[in-house]
Write a protein that binds this ligand. Structure first.
Ligand code: NAD
Length: 498
């Protein structure tokens, strides 16, 4: 099977002659190849988007919102079909794939409120006979570059608000799992979106660079690893675009001595190993406070980890997690586990040797647990993005807080405690963008905003929620005065409205 692009309302074949393999991660087989766009193909997509955008911007916001309303209905109608396509390329379980779609769908639902969210501000009588008002106008053509780990949710986080605001949108999804983004674009057309308003261009660095350099694109949103986020931010800003980039993570979960240990252990297993750890909000570091907390936690973690069911998405709804996305990802994670052992961490559960009968070529890694990890170790400093949980023992609360704060990433963090005072202090002081209190994966809902701090995000606005409507619009402020004052002649002093 060959996957091309989606331009001007229909699927088109790639013309560059360059392709990338798309795997079924459970079997290791190549199941498709995806076209990698050239700069000329990106340009063609931008031309189509630029042509479609003015009429779309002129469509009243309520009508634009109705397209999203219908899109939500179609997503629900096609949920199982989309989830199956998603799991087949990504490897995550079917319930998790449905969650991926659902979390994008909720952003589409939020964007149905565009008529309200796009209202400007108005000052009546700002001066004698003067009214002042601001409008939120679309930026024009925006683009989104998205990662492999949420091939439905993150594209929707980007294109739903951009399109609701009256922009046209160029989506460059991950080349690892490109099927679902094109299916989403088809559903948008079925929902009534005019052709050209949403273009999907598959590709790699060449397509990304073409987007960053293209003068017809006004804003770029990126989600992926931190080195690429920094690169996209620098190059996009240098080209004069509005850019927001969301990067990698190393999320800590602090377990206080007074926490419910069974609840904390359950939370850690779900947040550490769900989706094989391929989530930017996965918990990858457990920080028990005090040795007795650490011992009590580990004692509960090990039997839970040993019971985890790892397998292909086809093995049933009770599979806990599936394979990693590629062989390279699997080898990298196994290599980091070996590095952890070499650097002196204590390996309590080793997932390197995991195999599954009938799926020997799949990209599986078993759940892995380390204890006595230190901050100078590679497995602590780097984002592993696999089913590996590291335990760093802290002597007290201040040490645990400092550990999370000193890490270069600042996406998510959690504290498990029964002490409201400690929880409040933690939420106030920690320098991390999303905080969970007895919640291991604190991903904000669609009507709040999502974004990390430190090296987890570049740019000054978050994703979805009200910030998305700020990112995808420009403010224009009009000062209007009607005749009577104008008749008095020229004014040479800057108006002060007194
Ligand atoms: P990635 O950085 O490899 O790829 C992201 C996007 O960038 C893809 O579309 C890819 O084609 C493109 N890309 C890759 N290499 C490039 C290059 N050299 N030049 C230009 N473009 C390039 O990330 P990934 O492996 O797809 O996704 C996993 C990463 O994403 C993890 O680090 C994870 O933490 C992060 N992530 C962050 C968030 C967040 O909101 N902070 C959410 C999800 C994932």
């Amino acid at each position: 099977m060959e996957i091309g692009h989606f331009i001007d309302g229909k699927r088109v074949a790639g013309g560059s002659g360059r392709f990338a393999d798309v795997f079924n991660p459970a079997t290791g087989e190549v199941q498709a190849r995806v076209a990698l766009a050239s700069a000329a193909e990106v340009d063609r997509a931008v031309q189509g988007a630029s042509a479609a955008q003015p009429a779309w911007a002129a469509t009243n916001p309520q009508r634009r919102a109705r397209v999203l309303m219908e899109f939500v209905r179609l997503l629900n109608r096609d949920m199982d079909r989309l989830a199956e396509a998603l799991s087949r390329e990504h490897g995550k379980t079917l319930p998790d794939a449905r969650g991926d779609i659902q979390r994008g769908l909720e952003v589409a639902e939020f964007c149905i409120g565009a008529p309200h969210l796009l209202k400007g501000e108005f000052t009546d009588n700002a001066g004698p006979g003067i009214d002042m008002y601001s409008m939120r106008q679309p930026v024009g053509v925006a683009a989104g570059i998205t990662p492999f780990n949420f091939p439905a949710m993150i594209p929707m986080w980007k294109f739903c608000p951009a399109i609701a605001c009256g922009n046209a949108f160029i989506l460059k999804p991950s080349e690892r799992d490109p099927s679902v983004p094109i299916m989403l674009a088809e559903l948008m057309i079925e929902a009534g979106l005019p052709a050209g308003v949403l273009q999907v261009v598959n590709g790699d660095k060449e397509a990304v660079d073409a987007i960053l350099d293209h003068p017809g694109i006004a804003a770029v949103g990126f989600v992926g690893s931190t080195p690429i986020a920094q690169y996209v931010y620098a190059r996009g800003c240098a080209a004069g675009k509005r850019v927001q980039c969301f990067g990698g993570a190393k999320n800590h979960m602090i377990v206080m001595p007074d926490a419910d240990m069974d609840q904390a252990a359950d939370a850690l297993v779900g947040a550490g190993y769900g989706a094989a750890g391929e989530r930017c909000m996965a918990v990858s570091v457990a920080v028990p406070v005090g040795d007795s907390t650490a011992d009590a936690l580990i004692e509960r973690l090990i039997p839970r980890i040993e019971k985890l069911k790892v397998g292909p998405y086809t093995a049933g709804e009770d599979v806990d997690y599936g394979p990693l996305v590629t062989r390279a990802a699997m080898e990298r994670v196994k290599g980091l586990i070996t590095r952890g052992v070499e650097e002196g961490a204590k390996l309590l559960v080793d997932g390197r040797g995991f195999t599954l009968q009938g799926y020997e070529k799949g990209f599986f890694v078993g759940p892995t647990l380390f204890d006595h990890v230190r901050p100078d170790m590679t497995i602590y400093r780097e984002e592993i993005f696999g089913p590996v949980l590291s335990t760093v023992r802290a002597r007290n609360y201040e040490e645990a807080l400092a550990l999370a704060m000193d890490h270069e990433y600042g996406n998510g963090v959690a504290i498990f405690t029964r002490d409201g005072d400690a929880a409040r202090d933690f939420a106030n002081r920690v320098n991390i963008g999303m905080v969970g209190i007895n919640v291991p994966i604190p991903v904000p809902l669609a009507y709040h905003t999502f974004g990390g701090w430190k090296k987890s995000a570049f740019g000054d606005l978050n994703q979805h929620g009200p910030d998305a409507f700020r990112f995808y619009t420009r403010t224009k402020t009009v000062t209007a005065r009607w005749p009577s004052g104008i008749r008095s002649g020229s004014e040479f002093v800057i108006p002060t409205m007194q």
